[in-house]
Design a protein around this ligand. Sequence first.
Ligand code: FAD
Length: 401
Amino acid sequence: MKNKSVVVSGAGPVGLAAALALARQGIEVCVLEAEADIPHDLRAGTFHPPTVEMLSALGVGDALLAQGIPVRQWQIRDRKTGVVAEFDLGVLADLTPYPFRLHCEQHKLSELLREALNGMPNVRILFSHRCTDYVEDANGVTVQFENSNGAGEMRAGYIIGADGSRSVVRKTMGVEFEGFTWPERFLVFATSYDLREQGFTGNAYIADPDEWSAIFTQPHDGPPGIWRVAFPIPPEVEDSEVLTDDFVQAKIQGILSPEREYPILYRSVYRVHQRVAKNFRVGRALLAGDAAHINNPLGGMGLNSGIHDAVNLASKLGDVLLNDASTDVLDLYDRQRRLTNVEYVQAITIRNKRLLEERDPTVREQRLNELRAIAANPAEARAYLINSSMIASVRRADEIQ
Ligand SMILES: Cc1cc2nc3c(=O)[nH]c(=O)nc-3n(C[C@H](O)[C@H](O)[C@H](O)COP(=O)(O)OP(=O)(O)OC[C@H]3O[C@@H](n4cnc5c(N)ncnc54)[C@H](O)[C@@H]3O)c2cc1C
């Protein structure tokens, strides 16, 4: 008999969104999560308009809106001269009910998704269950896992690998993770000092050949929220030095004022990659989110594109499992989501990083001037925002056949 259930490896935001999108169609879903609970480490925190639309369609949009900070204006700045360009997402109000970036920690979305899934009889979320392997046959997949009792296995029609950048599912599929790793790491820290006092919008990118940075508000424990700041760290500087108070203070004082100390709530260092899986589908296994693609955080596109994968995939898998659609639609998922990740997410995030870090003063001035001109021209600013808010990438995916 045809197995109509799906195993999702990974209870990150993408795995849980895929599970919810499948479960709402009545499909039986089992989510395997290696950790004992939803990880609360601080990672992505920006939701673009199409993502908020998709999450609203899944029934968790209002709750996310209630917890998040809507950010309509964002800036590109030069570290020495100040604001280069300011953009207002409000000009897209005719295209989306959510013409802003919604800032909210990703684990808060995961909790909302879990809450929605918990009430559904066709869903199981198994924590402390690490997916270790799967084997495919004509009728489905046998998924192997490990938990505190040892090894076990379960049957399903399909498996979704939403198990992050080191995805076991991707490795079992034998799919290459093509791309590269940036030589510098990123230092991310948060301060409760309100950068609005110095003219910053809720999201800002600061260009500088050595000390470029990215800044965005997060709700944290509620209003007024906190500010997260990211800086590049050269390969030769040790983490132990980067994480000291003196190092972090010097960074923030460099963009604000050396006259005072700023309260620092947390800090961490992480490595950044640009990689895309060569295939998002092999037979009955499909990849979504970081398992399928990773990128630098400049532009806030990684998690967003993962949610776009989850929604796109769940709809097609639903067609296959419930409406006997040809499995060719799963190859369409691969084409739509892989191509748009390469054409938009990878291209835009690499371009954003190169803009901020440009060393050649002539090229740098030319690029910043281009941005000044775009921001000053309403039609060009609108086109720029349609691209950077990911509306263009979702439209493009829909066009691919
Ligand atoms: C340190 C860090 C900072 C980041 N900061 C930003 C940022 O500032 N802005 C931004 O846009 N993006 C950022 N990102 C990227 C962003 O967090 C990801 O794009 C997002 O988490 C993708 O969600 P996901 O569900 O695909 O993967 P993940 O969130 O990685 O979730 C994968 C889940 O799978 C589980 N898992 C892994 N292996 C297995 C297994 N074998 N079996 C079962 N479960 C498994 C993991 O425990 C995890 O819960 C950051 C990433 C990292 C690592």
